[in-house]
Design a protein around this ligand. Structure first.
Ligand code: CP3
Length: 373
């Protein structure tokens, strides 16, 4: 189904003769193999950038920072203005949703996020959706401001904006653990010991995610990404019920209402499960982490599905010829399907800014792949 939708959209834009105005990133998400792959980097607005640290230092509370449209839009634009990525991802955080579901999140320096956790047997209270969306309005404003700021300069004009959310399972882990975790013992126990309650919590999270993504689409984002950062840590027996099916509900609901908005999914570290994930969830694009064998993914999923990512964030820290060799390997491997350059996970704070600038010009100079024009 999805691929028919994608193709008909593609034909539609050709018929409307507006293809020229559409950037590489959106062309690729709609199935075109462009001469140079589009480039963006997960967490591209972040601590590796001095410009980001300067703005960040003006706001103590991270959630308030995310909810400040002026500052959030400024840092969203920074990497585009400095390095010229092909897409901007709105500056926000996956934990905002939990914050707005009355599980206040605070970020403790060097410890990560801490939030009011949900204990075994406790229900997640159904929010008043109007209030929930009103509280998330600053994200909508940040998106609109980002559009205005990007369009002010010829160099950044029309740069697509990506909206995002965490996936239900990843949000569930933060809710039940009350923060980050390695093995997610409480979240896993919750699934086994309180199955009926788990189902209700996943339903609420799924609704909250759909509402939040809709808010971002209405504000003007051009694509959306679902981060399932801990997809690889759910017991395999629960993958279908708590990863594939809720994610499919999200992609299907949004595609029905907004067929022109492509969807990227990151089912991180899910291993061979990525094949089933793609088959069931049907994203336009699957983001592949650096722990997953890209050759396996490339030969196992349909050619219509765009692949994004796979470079180890620490390879970007290393830079130089080592990084160029990895990029060559990827770009020589994925020649017969659309590919979006990105990392396998978020850029790490120690990454030299120069490595980012260098790899972007290296890719753009290579001029690989097929062109339909
Ligand atoms: O990509 C971008 O540039 C957009 C902004 C963005 C942030 N977080 C900003 C942020 C995005 C897309 C995210 C997603 C996110 N947040 C994920 C999914 C992606 C992934 O990395 O797996 C997750 C799991 C989170 C939750 C989160 N936010 C944690 C665990 C932490 C603390 C640890 C860490 O990596 O710093 C954050 C904080 C956070 N979110 C920062 C940024 C730039 C750093 C905080 C700071 O600047 O003080």
């Amino acid at each position: 189904m999805i691929y028919e939708t994608t193709n008909s959209y593609y034909i539609l834009i050709i018929n409307n003769n507006i293809l020229d105005g559409i950037m590489n990133f959106i062309k690729t998400l709609n199935g075109e193999i462009t001469k140079t792959p589009p480039i963006w980097i997960m967490r591209q607005a972040g601590r590796y950038m001095q410009d980001y640290r300067n703005v960040r230092s003006t706001e103590k509370n991270f959630i308030e920072f995310c909810l400040n449209p002026e500052k959030a839009s400024n840092v969203t634009c920074q990497p585009i203005q400095k390095f010229g990525m092909d897409a901007a991802i709105i500056f926000s955080d996956i934990l905002l949703i939990l914050h707005m579901l009355n599980h206040q999140v605070i970020f403790v320096k060097n410890e990560g996020p801490k939030l009011h956790k949900l204990n075994l047997g406790e229900p997640l209270l159904l929010p008043k959706w109007d209030t929930y969306l009103t509280n998330l309005q600053p994200v909508s404003e940040a998106i609109k401001l980002t559009r205005v700021k990007l369009d002010k300069s010829e160099n950044t004009k029309d740069t697509p904006i990506i909206g995002f959310s965490g996936s239900p399972w990843t949000l569930f882990t933060y809710l039940i653990e009350g923060g980050s975790s390695k093995d997610f013992p409480n979240a896993r126990k919750f699934l086994w010991a309180d199955h009926a309650n788990s189902k209700q919590i996943f339903d609420i999270l799924t609704h909250a995610i759909i509402h939040f993504l809709e808010l971002q689409i209405k504000a003007g984002v051009n694509a959306i990404m679902l981060f399932d950062s801990w997809a690889g840590s759910i017991p395999a027996r629960f993958r279908n019920e708590f990863v594939y099916q809720p994610t499919k509900t999200i992609t299907q609901t949004l595609r029905q209402k907004y067929p022109r908005i492509p969807i990227i999914c990151l089912p991180k570290s899910i291993g061979e499960g990525i094949v089933e994930f793609v088959d069931i969830v049907q994203p336009n694009c699957v983001a592949v982490d650096h722990l997953t064998d890209i050759e396996f993914v490339h030969k196992s999923i349909p050619k219509e599905v765009v692949i994004q990512g796979n470079i180890d964030p620490l390879c970007l820290v290393t830079g130089g010829d080592v990084l160029k060799k990895e990029v060559d390997y990827l770009l020589n491997l994925i020649t017969d399907r659309p590919y979006i350059f990105n990392l396998g996970h978020g850029i790490v704070p120690e990454t030299p800014e120069q490595n980012v600038a260098e790899i972007i010009s290296y890719i753009r100079e290579k001029n690989i792949g097929l062109s339909i024009s």
